[in-house]
Design a protein around this ligand. Structure first.
Ligand code: SAM
Length: 263
């Protein structure tokens, strides 16, 4: 049985409209996922991105991965995100980078995409679907908006080992996650919704190494900035967060999965 907490889209919006978004950018970078631009290139190659493809980035946040995709692979991107602040910042930064003719942003919910069926060559996601309250519905939506033969390519924070509710509780509470999928769970959900799974990679080792980096950043390099800009409470929160997630990742209880599947 899945352990599900009652975090909603409103809780996620509170995080990313508030100091949480700034904190995540400071710790992880403008691409708010572990592994940064190299992880984006890796996923792009696995997805087989080609010039002129149309990509749907679900949970596009600050738009930094979209910048990389349009600049490097010659694609166009439509990003969807539920948080106003993220949409506004993404639009400003895309305009400043003079890429607004290649990227559009839509405020919306991953579970109810604002697009017609069979619009996209690739549905894309990086480390955000862990926030989505119904991942089956999200995968159904991805299938609907993909052209026949199109691919879904995503990474996400997942459960990779045996882990109890008591251990999951503080992890979910620090992140406002309703639940994480398991490595097998995502593959089953993809298959049940008509996808052919082409690749599923457990990237937990690399993910755990990223947490070493985040741990050091929070406790050394960023400590004065966090204390000055956000205060002691947020520093304590960030310190606890990186400590418990790093431990769970090193124990291979949680990690990162990469999935490529075809409609
Ligand atoms: C970790 S950030 C995403 C990082 C981004 N993919 C990247 O690699 O830079 C999480 C984002 O997911 C968005 N989000 C969470 N749940 C959502 C949902 N149900 N629908 C749309 N966006 C959502 C948040 O607003 C936030 O901007």
């Amino acid at each position: 049985m899945k352990y599900i907490k009652d975090y909603t889209i409103k809780d996620v919006q509170d995080v990313y409209d508030g100091p949480g978004g700034l904190l995540w950018e400071a710790v992880m970078g403008e691409q708010i996922h572990s592994g940064g631009p190299a992880a984006t290139d890796f996923l792009a190659q696995k997805a087989g991105l080609k010039k002129d493809m149309v990509i749907c980035d679900i949970c596009s946040a600050l738009g930094a991965p979209a910048h990389q995709l349009v600049s490097k692979y010659g694609v166009t991107v439509k990003g969807v995100d539920a948080t106003k602040t993220m949409i506004q910042k993404a639009q400003e930064r895309t305009k400043a980078a003079k890429l607004e003719h290649l990227i559009e942003y839509y405020e919306g919910n991953a579970m109810d995409l604002p697009f017609k069926k069979e619009t996209f060559d690739v549905v894309w996601g990086q480390e955000a679907w862990c926030y989505v309250t119904d991942k089956n519905r999200l995968i159904q939506e991805a299938y609907r908006v993909l052209k026949p033969g199109g691919k879904i390519a995503f990474t996400d924070w997942i459960i990779t080992g045996e882990i109890s509710k008591t251990e999951l509780d503080p992890l979910y509470d620090t992140m406002s996650f309703p639940y994480m999928e398991t490595f097998q769970g995502y593959q089953e959900t993809l298959k049940q919704n008509g996808f052919k799974v082409l690749e599923a990679l457990d990237q937990t080792e690399e993910y755990a190494k990223c947490f070493d980096d985040y741990y050091d950043k929070v406790h050394v390099e960023l400590k004065p900035t966090i204390l000055e800009n956000f205060g002691q409470d947020l520093f304590d929160f960030a310190s606890n967060l990186v400590t418990i997630w790093r431990k769970a990742a090193k124990e291979h209880k949680v990690g990162r999965g990469l999935f490529i599947a075809q409609k």
